[in-house]
Design a binder for this molecule. Structure first.
Ligand SMILES: Cc1cc2nc3c(=O)[nH]c(=O)nc-3n(C[C@H](O)[C@H](O)[C@H](O)COP(=O)(O)OP(=O)(O)OC[C@H]3O[C@@H](n4cnc5c(N)ncnc54)[C@H](O)[C@@H]3O)c2cc1C
Length: 308
């Protein structure tokens, strides 16, 4: 059970946690499962905005041949972690710092002390300005990740929205699944780029004035008033990486804010680990859970032993 915000964790006041996990998506919950099974005292603080919760039905997560919704997967992961003693708290970690040998996190007026911290805070996609965003995502008319779900868009009429260069990259990738792919450029594409796209069978629409939702499709209005309908639109608008807690502590990251980690998922700050979308641009549940297994094992091995 997720403890609601404001819960007093009296039992945390004396002993520091072995590990505080910030973020309760697939990465954070998997790490909690592993650490709980390593018989570590672990708490997940999560403010309830997992990207996975937006997944209507995933068909590429191994083991679920009939597909599974993101919400159902999160529920299962949370229950499995709790079964072994992991605790979960609804709330936002607002600040993190080192004090002596411990980390101190601030969340909703509470101070949480921990020997290790795992950040599994993910990213937030930049989305088009479109009414009923959740509805179009739920219906599969707006999709974010071709690796995840382009198979479900097989032979559909697909638009890729964004600046010409990143949109072209995503459009080329999408040609594996459809002959009908259009770059919906929000800027003016270089003629050489448009020509190169045309040679690979990709159309270009230069200048997008707005998007509207139709029943099952998305209409795109060009700057000259022309309208085009698409079965599926993939934004290529970028994202915000939620790595600020680590960056404020001086952790190294790349030019878009992804945290740089070693082969055990450790950031450049001793004792601070990171997993999932916050460290990788291969935004996949399997990647997040793989990172989590590596990080949790390294955290356990690096803590003082806990023999029976
Ligand atoms: C529409 C859609 C469909 C997708 N389909 C698939 C698919 O089919 N297959 C697949 O493999 N992947 C899919 N993905 C990608 C997948 O959802 C992500 O790769 C995955 O959720 C990453 O897990 P994560 O744990 O790293 O981050 P997230 O799941 O985003 O979880 C991060 C959590 O951290 C919390 N958080 C952030 N900052 C704080 C803070 N300061 N304090 C407390 N909590 C905080 C957030 O609220 C969130 O709950 C899809 C994504 C989208 C948007």
């Amino acid at each position: 059970m997720i403890q609601p915000a404001g819960t007093t964790l009296n039992d945390l006041s004396g002993q520091p946690l072995d590990c505080l996990i910030v973020g309760g998506g697939p990465a954070g919950l998997t790490a909690a499962l592993y650490l709980a099974r390593y018989r570590r005292d672990v708490l997940v603080v999560d403010d309830g905005a997992s990207r996975a919760a937006l997944i209507p039905e995933s068909h590429n997560y191994p083991g679920f041949s009939d597909g599974i919704s993101g919400e159902a997967l999160l529920d299962r992961l949370g229950e499995q972690a709790e079964q072994y003693g992991a605790r979960r708290l609804r709330g936002r970690v607002e600040a993190l710092r080192r004090e002596g040998g411990l980390f101190v996190a601030h969340s909703d007026g509470k101070s949480l002390h921990a020997r290790r911290v795992l950040l599994a805070t993910g990213i937030v996609d930049d989305s088009p300005d479109l009414p009923d965003l959740e509805y179009v995502i739920e219906r599969g008319a707006l999709r974010y990740c071709p690796i995840c779900d382009a198979y479900e868009a097989l032979d559909k009429k697909i638009g890729v929205l964004g600046r010409a260069t990143p949109a072209a990259k995503k459009a080329r990738f999408l040609r594996t699944w459809s002959r009908d792919v259009t770059v919906l450029a929000t800027d003016a594409p270089e003629p050489a780029l448009a020509a190169e796209l045309a040679r690979t069978g990709i159309k270009t629409m230069a200048g997008v004035a707005g998007l509207t939702r139709e029943e099952h499709r998305i209409s795109v209005r060009g700057i000259n008033g022309e309208m085009h309908e698409f079965d599926v639109v993939y934004p290529a608008l970028g994202c915000q990486v939620r790595s600020d807690l680590a960056r404020e502590m001086g952790a190294r990251c790349d030019d878009i804010g992804l945290l740089l980690v070693d082969d055990k998922q450790k950031t450049s700050i001793d004792g601070l680990y990171a997993a999932g979308d916050v460290v990788s641009d291969l935004h996949q549940i399997s990647v997040a859970t793989g990172h989590a297994a590596i990080a949790a094992t390294a955290i356990h091995n690096g803590l003082p032993g806990n023999p029976r």
